[in-house]
Design a protein around this ligand. Structure first.
Ligand code: CP
Length: 333
């Protein structure tokens, strides 16, 4: 079979039609419209069906993974997704010339001068991808900035939830998010997405781990995890983020696990067909008990990972190849 004319390639092209996403960079879920969501998910579902099928949609384009903080799933899935779209990829990270005193802006403008199409950025500081996006011709995708946002994580979570409930929205569904809300960029993007999908959102955490601004998202706050989980459709656990000093907000990890860790008994308070999700990495027996983690039939944690690859491939195709010919306006500094 000539891959150029394969039915899989044709089917992806037909699914897309002439549609484009509304954004040229992706720094926040606020940029993603409901129409964008439909398009991203239509394409991601096709890519998921075709697993690691290699296609030449982005041939001749390059991607740079610029991760200044550690990552397993986000970096690997962007790299594999790019390769499966026939992109050339390389990485700069915590061992790059930033160590010699170079700034983020000079590092990323240096990478941009190599005519790359997409730069994926993860930093420990909030707001860096948005700032860099204004000064590069390459599209910037935020792979997690400090305590702020992690938009591609929310997109893959949304796909996992919608497909489980075989629905186009989450109206009438209750999502309970449990854990270190304060330091979580995953929460920052997820709550924005869940509101777009019309979900009811409950948040359960020690009082010290709920930021003052959490209320602005229209969530229901709980300091008792059992109350928060009772009757929920989705239980979404978050990690205690030691690297952001979260240990200083709780008496001890053991105490946290006792009060908020997701156990069999706690998960059983949710609806019978409820699912357990977690963005990873899991701290076993602290945020989720080991016996549930990835093995329990209610756990969708590895399904989230699979959907991550599909969503990222869809984004790279949509951002890297536009039908409308739009290009970024940007300013070198
Ligand atoms: N969920 C997530 O961002 O995982 P990684 O840190 O492994 O990329």
């Amino acid at each position: 079979m000539d891959p150029e004319n394969s039915p899989k390639k044709q089917s992806l092209i037909e699914t897309r039609g002439c549609r484009d996403v509304s954004f040229l960079d992706l720094c926040s879920i606020d940029q993603v419209t409901k129409k964008d969501l439909v398009l991203i998910y239509d394409i991601a579902r096709k890519f998921r069906e075709y697993k690691t099928y290699k296609i030449n949609f982005n041939k001749g384009n390059s991607l740079v993974n610029a991760f200044f903080e550690s990552s397993t799933r986000t970096m690997a899935s962007f790299d594999l997704s790019a390769k499966q779209l026939s992109m050339d990829t390389t990485a700069v990270g915590s061992n790059c010339s930033i160590k010699k005193g170079e700034s983020y802006i000079d590092t990323i403008q240096t990478v941009d001068a190599m005519n790359v199409k997409v730069i994926i950025i993860r930093t420990k500081e909030s707001g860096v991808p948005e700032m860099l996006a204004r000064h590069t011709s390459a599209s910037i995708i935020n792979a997690g900035d400090g305590w702020h946002e992690h938009p591609t994580q929310a997109l893959l979570d949304g796909l996992t939830m919608l497909d489980y409930f075989n629905s186009t929205n989450l109206k009438g569904r209750t999502v309970t998010i449990v854990g270190d809300i304060m330091h979580s960029r995953v929460f920052g993007s997820l709550v924005r997405l869940l509101k777009k999908l019309d979900a009811t959102v409950r948040v359960a955490a020690p009082e010290t781990m709920i930021p003052k601004h959490a209320n602005k998202f229209g969530v229901n706050l709980y300091y008792n995890v059992e109350e928060a989980i009772r009757g929920a459709d989705i239980v979404y656990a978050l990690r205690v983020q030691k690297e952001r000093g979260a240990n200083g907000f709780i008496p001890s990890l053991r105490e946290y696990s006792k009060m908020f860790g997701i156990s069999r008994a706690r998960l059983d308070l949710a609806k019978k067909n409820a699912i357990l999700m977690h963005p990873g990495p899991i701290t076993r027996d602290i945020d989720v008990h080991s016996a549930l983690s990835v093995v329990d039939k209610q756990s969708h944690i590895l399904q989230q990972v699979e959907n991550g690859a599909s969503v990222r491939k869809a984004l790279l195709w949509l951002i890297g190849n536009r039908y409308d010919g739009k290009v970024k306006s940007y300013k070198k500094i």
